[in-house]
Write a protein that binds this ligand. Structure first.
Ligand code: DAH
Length: 343
């Protein structure tokens, strides 16, 4: 053991002389102290086989050798570091006249995405799933399954982009097609919201875009009533606007709900007194909604004699406009930094 230690020491000294870079020094350290194969480590493992009366002397010797090697490694490391530093200083120069690099700019979340995340969070807290659906949708799910047959006039108001040579596909005109998809996939009872982009062949102006955002909602259960619908709608609006809101229902027609409604909210700008934002009526139209039509439940594979449901289609861009007082829907997709940087 003694001899082995002394030849290890000699071998180390020889190699230490040759080590001319920090990397080589590191490698040398590994060959000595490496956890698995290190020469010293291997010897230390043999300590247990040393005769008891020798253990003390050998143990002390081992400690001395280890300390010596470690100190020499450290000294050499310091030396090499100094040399490498010197080389860098000699070969590199700093140009103090160089202009400062521009400050790194951090992006932030788009106001639309921000509210969509808030909405998803709000609905999750009420036990809803947050679902997704394809933007390129089949004519069947976009119209047919929602009780809007080919000849139906409702199709006129939902003129959209079609795909060349594929009359069976459309860019979805609303998020409602996910209603039937969700029913087929998850069955009843069901609580789901679907935030997403929708498309219309629209002449754009301050309140119309060809590409905009909706949030579809669907609840299916036994004993669903209009009171449930109103409760959830109020929760939605006050949750996002962070204040209590007053709502009212008016009849509205949508082929996939019966009865169908337009849900209005007391104008947040004038508190109902009448102003430009509410066209002097005191109310703003916020959420089309209704009780799910039995034909739609059937298309989703759900028995309308057992289950009923309500659905709504929030124009989420309009909601963001109300929340922040944005006067033109076209700002959202303009990419104009003067708009975006305000949020
Ligand atoms: N999908 C309709 C549209 O974009 C909005 C709508 C109305 C959705 C009534 C609904 C609903 O879920 O019940 O015009």
């Amino acid at each position: 053991m003694k001899e082995q230690l002394s030849s290890l020491k000699k071998e180390f000294e020889a190699q230490l002389k040759h080590a001319s870079s920090l990397l080589q020094l590191e490698e040398l350290e590994q060959t000595i102290f490496g956890r698995k194969m290190g020469a010293f480590t291997t010897l230390a493992k043999q300590m247990k086989d040393v005769a008891n009366d020798q253990k003390k002397t050998i143990g002390e010797l081992m400690n001395t050798v280890r300390t010596k090697i470690a100190t020499e490694l450290e000294d050499k490391r310091a030396l090499l570091q100094r040399e490498e530093m010197k080389k860098i200083v000699e070969t590199e120069s700093i140009d103090v006249t160089q202009p400062q690099l521009p400050k790194e700019e951090h992006g932030h979340i788009h106001p639309m995405a921000q509210v969509e995340m808030e909405l998803s969070e709000l609905f999750r807290s009420m036990g809803f799933m947050v679902l997704d659906g394809p933007e390129l949708e089949s004519d069947y799910f976009n119209f047919e399954a929602l009780h809007i047959p080919l000849s139906h006039p409702a199709r006129d108001s939902q003129d959209t982009f079609f795909i060349k040579d594929h009359p069976e596909w459309v860019m979805r005109t609303h998020t409602s097609p996910v209603q039937v998809r969700a029913m087929r996939e998850h069955g009843a009872p069901l609580r789901a919201v679907v935030p997403g982009r929708v498309f219309r062949n629209e002449a754009t102006d301050g309140s119309h875009e060809h590409t905009f955002a909706q949030l579809e909602g669907l609840v299916i259960d036994t004993d669903i009533s209009i009171a449930d619908l109103i409760g959830v709608m109020k929760g939605l609006l006050s949750g996002i606007l962070k204040r209590d809101v007053e709502v009212r229902l008016r009849p509205g027609f949508f082929p996939f709900v019966e009865p169908g409604f337009e849900l209005d909210m007391r104008c947040q700008v004038c508190d109902g007194a009448g102003c430009g934002a509410c066209k002097h009526s005191g109310w703003v139209e916020m959420i089309p909604c209704g009780l799910v039509h039995p034909e739609v439940l059937i298309a989703g594979g759900i028995d309308p004699d057992v289950y009923s449901g309500f659905a709504f289609g929030l124009g989420s861009m309009r909601l963001v406009m109300q929340k922040y007082g944005i006067e033109d829907i076209r700002h959202f997709q303009s990419g104009d930094l003067r708009f975006l940087q305000q949020f």
